[in-house]
Design a protein. Structure first.
Length: 148
């Protein structure tokens, strides 16, 4: 009877850990700077893995990683081993489906500005003007009604 309770508690702890990781990813996706760090991390980790699997220098592997993650794909360096190809597939899908769209979207969002939006001060000034206009209308209506 105690085992199911312990298992549920363990599963709840695991879920909390996953929720924290998701929260960190979401916060990272909302910042251009953090997305750039994630992208740079992907490039460096991919380069290290490529150098390991393919036996290339880190410089060549870094070149391959940049060319691959930017979707340029010159083809001058390509994976020949199974490990290198699996890594390449993972890097391509991660960069193309997740990192680059998030990064481009955040940059576009930062560039798009609502130029028609009013500041708080402008809104308060308009409210005060509206109150003054209503008061003037009420005064004019009262003056008109009081005339014979």
């Amino acid at each position: 009877m105690l085992r199911p309770v312990c298992r549920r508690a363990h599963m709840a702890d695991q879920l909390k850990g996953k929720t924290r990781a998701v929260d960190i990813l979401i916060r990272g996706a909302n910042s251009v700077g953090e997305l750039l760090l994630i992208y740079a991390g992907l490039v460096v980790i991919a380069a290290a893995g490529f150098a390991f699997f393919e036996g290339k220098s880190f410089g060549d592997a870094l070149w391959w990683s940049v060319v691959t993650t930017t979707t340029t794909g010159y083809g001058d360096i390509s994976p020949q081993t199974v490990g290198g190809r699996v890594l390449a597939g993972f890097v391509m899908l991660t960069a193309i489906l997740f990192v680059l769209p998030l990064l481009i979207g955040r940059i576009a969002l930062a560039l798009i500005e609502n130029r028609d939006a009013y500041t708080h001060e402008e809104q308060e000034a308009m409210k005060a003007e509206l109150v003054a206009i209503r008061a003037e209308l009420a005064r004019l209506n009262a003056a008109r009604e009081s005339q014979p």
